[in-house]
Design a protein around this ligand. Structure first.
Ligand SMILES: C[S@@+](CC[C@H](N)C(=O)[O-])C[C@H]1O[C@@H](n2cnc3c(N)ncnc32)[C@H](O)[C@@H]1O
Length: 278
C-alpha cells in the first residue's frame, strides 16, 4: 500500500485484485527508465528487437543512441508514417516520440515540435540536435499552449502526435511528495486539459490525416475516457484505427486503443489510440 490511502482506494476500485501487482510493477517501471535505444538501421547492430522503416530499436546497453521505453516506439509505429509527411508533435519534450517519428521515415519530412515549458523545450532541442537525422530547415520549434493550436492552423498536418501531460502513476509511486498531494480531482483536472489538447489536434490535422493520442497513465478516464468524450462531440469527424501490432508485443486491447502495463509486459505503462480525421 502507498502513503496515500485515497490513491490506493481509487485504484483498487478500478483494478480490483490486480492493483497490488500493478502498483508494484509500476513502482519498478518508474525506477528503470530507458529500456531500448533507437537509431538509424544502418548504424545499428544486427540484433535489433524491433524495426520499422529506417529505424531500429536495440537493447539499451548500446551507446550513442537515444534511450526510451519500447512502448513509445510501438505507439509511434502505429501511425504508419510515410516519408515526406508534415508532422506536428503538440507536447514534444523531451523528444522521444518526435525522434522515433523522424527515424522511422529516415528524416524525410517536415516537423513542427511544440512544448509549453521553456526548460523542457531547451532539452527537446538538444535531444533533436544530438540524435535526429532531420535537416535543420525541416525542423520548427514552438513554445505554445497545445490546446490553442487548432484555433488558426486548421486542416494542415498529415500526422499529429498528442502525447499529453498525464497522472504518470509510475512516477507518482516513486515521488512521495507528489503522491501525497494526489486526489481523484488531480486526474479529473488533467482529463480536462487532455480533452482540450486532443480537440486542438483534431482541428489541425487534415481530413484523412491521423492523430496518435497517448499517455503514460493507467487511469481509464485519461485514456479511453478522453477518446469517448471526443467521439461524443465529434463522432462525424473521426474514426478509430485499430493498431496492428506484431504478435510478439503483448498489449491489451481496450475499447478505443491499446494499453501496455508493466505487470503484464516488460515495458510501459503506456496507453495509445490512433484516430483518423474524416
Ligand atoms: C508526456 S510529456 C511528452 C513526452 C514526449 N512526447 C516524449 O515522447 O518524449 C508531456 C509534455 O507536455 C508538456 N505540456 C504540458 N501542458 C502543455 C500544453 N498545454 N501545451 C504544450 N505542452 C504541454 C509538458 O511540459 C511535457 O513536456
Amino acid at each position: 500500500m502507498s502513503i496515500n490511502p485515497r490513491f490506493d482506494e481509487y485504484h483498487l476500485n478500478v483494478f480490483g485484485d490486480r492493483w497490488a501487482f500493478l502498483a508494484e510493477a509500476l513502482k519498478q517501471a518508474g525506477l528503470k527508465q530507458n529500456k531500448v535505444s533507437v537509431g538509424l538501421k544502418t548504424g545499428c547492430s544486427k540484433d535489433f528487437i524491433f524495426s520499422q522503416g529506417s529505424m531500429a530499436c536495440i537493447p539499451r546497453e548500446v551507446g550513442g543512441h537515444y534511450q526510451l521505453d519500447l512502448a513509445s516506439v510501438l505507439a509511434v509505429s502505429a501511425l504508419n508514417l510515410n516519408p515526406g509527411a508534415k508532422i506536428l508533435d503538440l507536447c514534444a519534450a523531451p523528444g522521444g516520440k518526435a525522434l522515433v517519428s523522424q527515424l522511422v521515415v529516415g528524416g524525410e519530412g517536415e516537423w513542427h515540435l511544440n512544448e509549453l515549458s521553456q526548460g523542457r523545450l531547451s532539452r527537446l532541442k538538444s535531444v533533436i540536435r544530438e540524435f535526429s537525422p532531420v535537416h535543420q530547415d525541416s525542423l520548427h520549434f514552438y513554445k505554445r499552449d497545445a490546446s490553442k493550436w487548432g484555433l488558426t492552423e486548421k486542416n494542415i498536418y498529415d500526422f499529429v502526435i498528442c502525447d499529453v501531460p498525464c497522472s504518470g502513476e509510475a512516477h507518482l509511486l516513486n515521488s512521495p511528495s507528489h503522491l501525497k498531494r494526489w486526489t481523484p480531482r488531480s486526474s479529473k483536472n488533467l482529463a480536462v486539459r487532455q480533452h482540450a489538447i486532443l480537440c486542438a489536434a483534431l482541428e489541425t490535422v487534415r481530413p484523412g490525416g491521423k492523430i496518435l493520442y497517448s499517455t503514460c497513465s493507467i487511469n481509464p478516464q485519461e485514456n479511453d475516457g478522453i477518446i469517448q468524450r471526443l467521439l461524443k462531440k465529434r463522432m462525424d469527424r473521426v474514426e478509430i484505427i485499430a493498431p496492428t501490432l506484431s504478435g510478439i508485443f503483448s498489449g491489451e486491447p481496450t475499447q478505443y486503443g491499446v494499453e501496455f502495463f508493466p505487470d503484464k509486459c516488460e515495458y510501459g505503462p503506456i496507453y495509445f489510440s490512433v484516430l483518423k480525421k474524416i
